[in-house]
Write a protein that binds this ligand. Structure first.
Ligand code: NAD
Length: 500
């Protein structure tokens, strides 16, 4: 299976345990963003007919998968985790080639999938409900989780294996079957995860993958009446449409969307530590993280010093192909993303922000064929400016001066998003106030805005989502329905709430 695909470098949809050519007959090249002339293979550009096939396969496989005891399902997930451990280096290298993130981060991406597989493998022996007394004699009450059916999963390109795992793995442990529509730019990493699940013994039809665009495949999946749950991660613009369409059919639906995350740095912050956090938060994954620190809100006492240190350190970051272990910043995902980032730099300049570093494409001999953008720092940014309010999704950080804690929290909260926030301070009172008052799903103390762990809930408030969470135990609520059981062994009609 793998060898024939490698020879031709042509990949197909994975439906009912078989590689199926798309009904459209169309394929799209998968390119290396560090070197766009390097083609890594071609992947299907599928249509609604392919989605139909995949949903039918998932629907047919559902009864047997649901009937498989959860601990048995979980053992397959555990084996898939072991397979990923063994293939981690190969999969990480393939991910760097198709997505661009540096190898160290690509290994972390695969590791996150491993962590999720091992975490949910344990959950197979729990999936705890509640047991509680009845208000009536000789009667007991309890709750159990039931799977929903077919889960339609739509993922972005910035965490090519981790995000598919955040969705597929809890969906499977709960007893659902799935159809995954991965991002157009990173099909191969999603396929690697599915291959590991297949090799671990997950039966045909339980996990299906359809490659293609959001407009054709993604939309067809959202609208398909046999898909009972939709889990989407991506932009707020698309997520809003997905949420509306799913709501019209009363589907379970979680949407995990954009961010405009702030780091607050107070005068008493440990500066060296804070700078490390700023660099990692703002420029890790070239700023293409939903949790990227794209705003630094800095108290006036350390403002100039922090800015100088930041510019100096950021100017020394090594940019290039992420397969080179000495490289710290890889390329952006594609030309369109690069143009979007460059467009925001122009907006920032026109708005009157002070460009202190970067702001342009890296135009060296070895980067010209890729989508490299220099780490960019804007100073004296005002909260009203678009670069302080809109998600840029690139290596661009806006530095805003503030007077103190209250001012900083007000600025941090004054955006449409609410994913992640952080504060650097040694003042216990300030830390607790910030943790209480920041409008965000995730708050870090003395750490940057990135660094989620799989056993904790992940997601945000306001424009970042629709109130659900991925990861942790919270994600189980997306992929299951509660069933409440009343067991009456009194041998008489007992009526709740009726006075006797
Ligand atoms: P995107 O919204 O363009 O695409 C995401 C996915 O949706 C892709 O698979 C795409 O093909 C699909 N899609 C596009 N149009 C669709 C439609 N009409 N119907 C159904 N599916 C459709 O986002 P992107 O550019 O791939 O990813 C970047 C965005 O993702 C950023 O905004 C980032 O903040 C967000 N993100 C959020 C989280 C989170 O957990 N909150 C995590 C990572 C990325």
């Amino acid at each position: 299976m793998a060898s024939s695909r490698e020879q031709t470098a042509r990949f197909d949809n994975y439906i009912n345990g078989e590689w199926r050519a798309p009904a459209t007959g169309e394929y799209e090249p998968n390119r290396n963003p560090a070197c766009a002339s390097e083609m890594l293979g071609v992947f299907p550009r599928s249509g609604a007919e392919d989605v139909e096939r995949a949903v039918n396969a998932a629907r047919a496989a559902f009864p047997a998968w649901k009937a498989t005891p959860a601990p048995r399902r979980a053992e397959m997930l555990f084996r898939a985790g072991q397979i990923l451990v063994a293939r981690k280096e190969q999969f990480a290298r393939d991910m760097t080639r198709e997505m661009g993130k540096v190898l160290l981060e690509a290994r972390g991406d695969v590791q996150e999938a491993i962590d999720m597989l091992f975490f949910m493998a344990g959950e197979g022996r729990r999936l705890y409900g509640q047991t509680t007394p009845s208000e009536l004699p000789n009667k007991m009450c309890l709750t159990v989780r039931s799977p929903i059916g077919v889960a339609g999963l739509i993922t972005p390109w910035n965490f090519p294996m981790a995000i598919p795992s955040w969705k597929i793995v809890p969906a499977l442990v709960c007893g659902n079957t799935v159809v995954l529509k991965p991002a157009e730019d990173t099909p191969h990493s999603a396929l690697h995860l599915v291959q590991a699940l297949t090799d671990a013994g997950v039966p045909p039809g339980v996990v299906n993958v359809v490659f293609g665009t959001g407009e054709s495949c993604g939309a067809a999946l959202v609208e398909h009446s046999a898909v009972g749950v939709i889990s989407f991660t991506g932009s707020t613009e698309v997520g809003r449409q997905v949420n509306q369409k799913a709501a019209a059919q009363l589907k379970h639906c979680n949407v995990e969307l954009g961010g405009k995350n702030a780091m607050i740095l107070l005068d008493d912050a440990a500066l060296d530590l804070a700078i490390e956090g700023c660099l990692w938060g703002a420029f890790g994954t070239s700023g293409q993280r939903c949790t990227a620190a794209s705003r630094l809100i800095v108290q006036k006492g350390i403002y100039q010093k922090l800015l100088d240190m930041l510019v100096q350190r950021a100017s020394r970051l090594k940019i290039g192909d992420g397969l080179d272990p000495s490289v710290q910043i890889g390329p952006l995902i594609n030309e369109a993303q690069l143009q979007r980032v460059a467009g925001y730099v122009e907006i920032g300049k026109q708005e009157g922000a002070r460009l202190c570093l970067g702001g342009e494409r890296v135009n060296r001999e070895d980067t010209r064929d890729g989508f490299f953008f220099a780490p960019t720092v804007f100073a004296d940014v005002e909260p009203r400016m678009r670069i302080a309010r809109e998600e840029i999704f690139g290596p661009v950080v806006s530095v805003l001066p503030c007077d103190g804690l209250a001012d900083a929290i007000a600025m941090a909260n004054d955006v449409d998003y609410g994913l992640s926030a952080s504060i650097y301070t040694r003042n216990v009172d300030a830390a607790f106030r910030a943790m209480r008052d920041l409008d965000a799903g995730i708050v870090y103390l003395n750490a940057p805005t990135i660094g989620a762990e799989v056993h904790l809930p992940f997601g945000g408030v306001k424009g970042t989502g629709n109130g659900h969470r991925e990861s942790g135990l919270a994600t189980l609520d997306v992929y299951s329905e509660w069933k409440t059981l009343y067991i009456d062994y009194s041998h008489q009609l007992q009526r709740a709430q009726i006075d006797v």
